[in-house]
Design a binder for this molecule. Structure first.
Ligand SMILES: *[C@@H]1O[C@H](CO)[C@@H](O)[C@H](O)[C@H]1NC(C)=O
Ligand SMILES: *[C@@H]1O[C@H](CO)[C@@H](O)[C@H](O)[C@H]1NC(C)=O
Ligand SMILES: *[C@@H]1O[C@H](CO)[C@@H](O)[C@H](O)[C@H]1NC(C)=O
Length: 624
């Protein structure tokens, strides 16, 4: 229940040193935002069920129930007070360790409405990984339905949080999985430690259903060059002293070198361990051959098809059946047979030898001792083996902005924008928000709406910019219509902000008030004028034989203005005639002067000017 024990310890004498190998507890950080006394980073261990938000964060407030503190019974009947209302801050249920399975606590928390469960350890010890129970009777069907993330925290941190809560403090926590997986580059390497055995109960069933569900995504990622996937198979060797025993002979191939436990744990019935090893080897060889032909993704088809066409239940778990599957996939059977080799011979098999070596932990990865195990970027994946959860983990293994399109689809979203708009800017009236859901969690980025770019910090402020900005929600500016006339405070000329149009005053955003030009003595002030304010402007009338000139805000007598204009036309006409004549005379005079000086200059090249009378004829012909 607590720790991963070697799946096969109980299976008997095939016990191996690696069962007590290195187990790595995958941690992520838990940041307390308030109160101040707890502020800072703390460690927690990711549980091996539920859906950790790989690549993302989750913010919430801690709730510690007054009763049912171990969360072993249903919260729906006992205590409803932590049900979150829509728009409320997500609740992290704090539960004490003990009395029941971790998974049951998580299931009760989830049904009570919690967004995550924090389990406080009940003893002082290094953090462990909370796992699903191994016992058959505990395999309730809710296991696969747990979707909230879980984390184990130390006894010390648990006690401190409880103390703050008892004082009435609100404890705000940020669970951060962004660094839970390394994400160094634009390709993710991942491996699945699996098994061809289809008769090992719920673990095998969930492993097979994962492979079937994940196949499509895996193949898209592999074909696009986004991932490098490698399947792996665990085998054990038979201790020297037992090699010739009946048990080792039925469970091992290659003279006790590679063994697997009996599928039914009954040596006299059904298939034996060695049948499983042999099919595992055939799957590994299939991958090798497919990989060499440049189509490693065919492995997913082979494993899926084999499980459907050659199940143990129907006594079809055989080489003949496997060969038919290989044939339909168009892969060379001869190459695979060669790779499998003679399983009765007392020789090493290079493939299985390499598999045994890679079982031992390297770098950030612990020993692989349980099946199935998923390793992403050499880090052991924690959480349920489910398409969405695994895809999220793989996606978070890419360096940001290099992730493939499949990572950015709708069903990968974290739905953080649903709570309080993710803390981002929004214009509720225009239904425009800066909150965008991604698998990495929400981002606050000013949006582009109908081709209009919004700019700003995305949190408190976004503003439409560019030529079409007034098209959307009038650029966030005031706009008013009255008596059939519309005025707007938005100007479509690449400028920012809002400005009330002439005749109005105000901030331009919420309101623009009409200016009463008459009352405020701004126009129409001549003694004979009569002023009338209108919305956005004013009307001015002069005495009966005068005309109001709006631009000059003055009245002009109708007669005077007529005479004035006629005499003005005459003056202009005469002026033009005089100027034209003078210009023409000046032009003529300038031309002649110019010609004269040109001729004189040319002639000066050939003779002194005082001997003009002897200019030769050909000179004037050739050059002028
Ligand atoms: C788990 O989910 C499945 C599919 O959604 C559903 O049929 C089943 O009843 C659920 N089990 C429990 C215990 O809620
Ligand atoms: C699969 O092929 C690639 C490229 O050919 C190679 O780098 C990789 O090591 C191969 N994987 C295995 C497990 O053979
Ligand atoms: C706001 O816009 C989104 C998508 O653009 C739409 O799904 C939603 O129904 C809209 N809400 C309202 C209140 O108009």
């Amino acid at each position: 229940m607590r720790l991963h024990f070697c799946l096969f310890t109980c299976v008997s004498f095939l016990l191996l040193a690696s069962c007590f190998g290195r187990f790595v507890v995958e941690k992520n950080s838990l940041k307390v935002a308030s109160p101040d006394s707890l502020k800072g980073l703390h460690e927690c261990a990711i549980g091996n069920f539920g859906v950790p938000q790989y690549g993302g964060t989750l913010v919430g407030s801690v709730f510690y129930p007054k009763s049912n503190q171990k969360a072993c019974t249903n919260f729906q009947d006992v205590d409803l007070s932590f049900q979150t209302k829509p728009g409320g801050i997500p609740i992290f249920l704090l539960a004490d360790r003990g009395d029941c399975y971790f998974t049951l606590k998580a299931w009760n928390a989830q049904n009570g409405g919690a967004a995550a469960i924090l389990v406080a350890d009940d003893r002082v010890e290094p953090l462990i990984t909370m796992d699903t129970p191994e016992e058959e009777d505990a395999r309730a069907d809710y296991l696969q339905n747990i979707t909230i993330p879980s984390a184990l925290i130390s006894k010390d941190l648990g006690d401190k949080i409880k103390k703050e809560l008892s004082k009435g403090e609100m404890v705000s926590i940020n669970l951060d999985w962004r660094e839970a997986l390394p994400h160094p580059d634009e390709r993710v390497e991942y491996e699945l430690w699996t098994n061809s055995n289809d008769e090992c109960g719920p673990k095998c069933d969930s492993q097979l259903s994962f492979i079937r569900n994940f196949k499509g995504a895996a193949q898209i990622l592999e074909q696009g060059g986004y991932t490098q996937f490698t399947p792996h198979y665990i085998t054990w060797y038979c201790p020297e002293a037992f090699i010739l025993s009946k048990q080792c002979k039925s469970q091992c191939i290659n003279h006790g070198r590679y063994c697997a436990p009996d599928p039914e744990q009954d040596f006299n019935r059904g298939y034996d361990g060695k049948d499983v090893v042999e099919q595992n080897l055939r799957q590994a060889c299939f991958f090798k051959v497919a990989n060499e032909s440049g189509k490693p993704w065919q492995w997913w088809d082979y494993v899926t098809d084999f499980s459907i066409r050659c199940p143990m239940k129907e006594n079809k778990y055989t080489k003949e059946c496997a060969d038919k599957v290989i044939q339909s996939l168009g892969v060379d059977i001869k190459k695979i047979d060669e790779c499998v080799g003679d399983t009765e011979a007392d020789v090493d098999n290079p493939i299985l030898k390499a598999e045994q070596e890679s079982q031992i932990g390297k770098g950030s990865r612990g020993d692989v001792t349980i099946l199935p195990t998923l390793v992403v970027n050499n880090r052991q994946y924690r959480g349920k083996l489910d398409k969405g959860a695994v895809l999220k983990a793989i996606c978070s293994g890419f360096e940001e902005t290099t992730e493939p399109a499949i990572c950015l689809t709708k069903d990968m979203e974290t739905n953080e924008c649903l709570y309080n708009n993710g803390g981002c800017w929004q214009d509720k009236a225009a239904n425009i928000t800066a909150c965008r859901d991604t698998f990495r969690g929400r981002v606050c980025e000013c949006p582009i709406v109908q081709g209009v770019k919004f700019s700003g910090d995305g949190y408190t402020h976004c503003e439409a910019s560019g030529a079409l900005r007034c098209e959307i929600n009038n650029g966030g500016c005031w706009k008013g219509t009255k008596d059939g006339r519309t005025y707007s405070a938005c100007i479509d000329d690449h400028t920012k902000g809002c400005k009330c149009p002439p005749g109005f005053r105000g901030d331009g955003v919420n309101s623009c008030e009409d200016i009463d030009e008459c009352k405020e003595n701004l126009a129409c002030q001549c003694p004979e004028c009569k002023c009338k304010n209108t919305w956005g402007s004013y009307e001015c009338s002069c005495s009966s034989n005068a005309l109001y000139i709006h631009e000059h805000d003055t009245c002009i007598s109708k007669d005077a203005s007529t005479e004035y204009s006629w005499s003005f036309v005459w003056v202009v006409f005469l002026g033009l005639a005089v100027a034209g004549a003078a210009g023409y005379a000046l032009y003529k005079y300038r031309i002649r002067r110019y010609m004269d000086s040109e001729i004189r200059a040319i002639m000066a090249q050939y003779m002194p000017l005082d001997n003009q009378g002897e200019v030769p004829n050909h000179m004037t012909q050739g050059h002028v």
